[in-house]
Design a protein around this ligand. Sequence first.
Ligand code: UD1
Length: 417
Amino acid sequence: MDKFVIKGGVALHGEIATGGAKNSALPALAAALLTAETVTLRRIPQVRDIRTMQELIESIGARVEVTNDAVRVEARTIVSPEAPYELVKTMRASSLVLGPLVARAGRARVSLPGGCAIGARPVDLHLAGLEQLGARIHQVHGYIEAEAPGGLRGATIHFDRVTVTGTEDLMMAAVLARGETVIENAAREPEVLDLAELLIRMGAKIEGAGGSTIRIQGVEKLGGAEHTIIGDRIEAGTFLVAGAITGGELTVTDCVPEHLGAPIAKMRQAGITIEQTGPGELRVRGTRALRSADMTTEEYPGFPTDLQAQYMALMTQAEGIAIVKENIFENRFMHAQELARMGANIRLDGRQAIVAGPRDLSGAQVIASDLRASASLVLAALAARGETTIDRVYHIDRGYEKIEEKLAGVGAQIRRE
Ligand code: UD1
């Protein structure tokens, strides 16, 4: 199993580029199942979750061609409308094929995701929405079987709580349903809007994506399209913290600053200087006088849960007490124990973590428990005295493309073993 060995205490300087958004690329690949024509996707990050999704749609019947500048998907026929347990258990976003398969093939068989490191993460809202669109759903042998032999029909779906992949799944089902679908209390994440833009290029009729009510007029069929994925706001946010936590100065390029409103505001509140230096470009400068600032994760446009762990690492270096509240997932503090092994002072109290700083961190042997938790350990290691070994970095490889090369490019002493 790969490890990262990081020698901390080096301020990072220079330019670091953001890749395409993993969480946009995943539904985009699933959306390609909605048409027999070729969908060309640019800026698909080649991270492990994406390779899993590529494998999954190949097993369903799509031809996937990965070149240097694009991924081309052609799903001429749906051979096997199924997402097996082996793939779903490694990547829960596999459930994103449910909507497209029921819409295109009239049936789908998708393994139920089990529990996951950060919480229960059920798919009940996806299923309730599909039922409202007329699908019949059964659960047998750990699988969800959904059927709509006569096709789906539009309906008004009100989500009890905001769900990102749930909104995407239902949007992909509704584009081929008869009549109008209205999704209320929809997720407003930029990745939902990006997916809608791809679907519109494929011929779908969608209004209001990016807001909390989405209206979809079903069409007979969709065609091929070309689309470029947005920059990854979580990767960009991670780099902003990397510049700040090491007291360096980094220019993060190829990102969408407007997608980072909440994290930028919070980091400024903590005393960090962040300026927009060009379209798609942010410069961050660390400060010796980092102040604590409380933070609560929320749905977009609030502070993203996917940056909570990285922010907690930053707060270990801030003067005072920061209360970090996790509103989206019930068990997303596994990094706290590992950060404590490096010297952080963090107390957990249900859904909140109380971080007292600043504390000098020192290198230690730590274990990555999930994708974003591993990013926070990398950040802490960059700020720590001495050497840190991070075990199980396959978690970080799920969502960050060549992170060690990118960080080494701005001066980090990091190597993979
Ligand atoms: C997506 C992101 C993930 C991010 C999360 C929250 C992708 C591939 N993943 O995950 O990186 O952390 O949004 O921004 O885009 N829920 C239910 N029933 C459901 C669906 C969700 O109870 O049917 C609950 C979840 O357990 C969670 C909350 O709703 O507590 C939000 O989850 P959701 O937005 O669905 O997260 P994902 O789409 O899985």
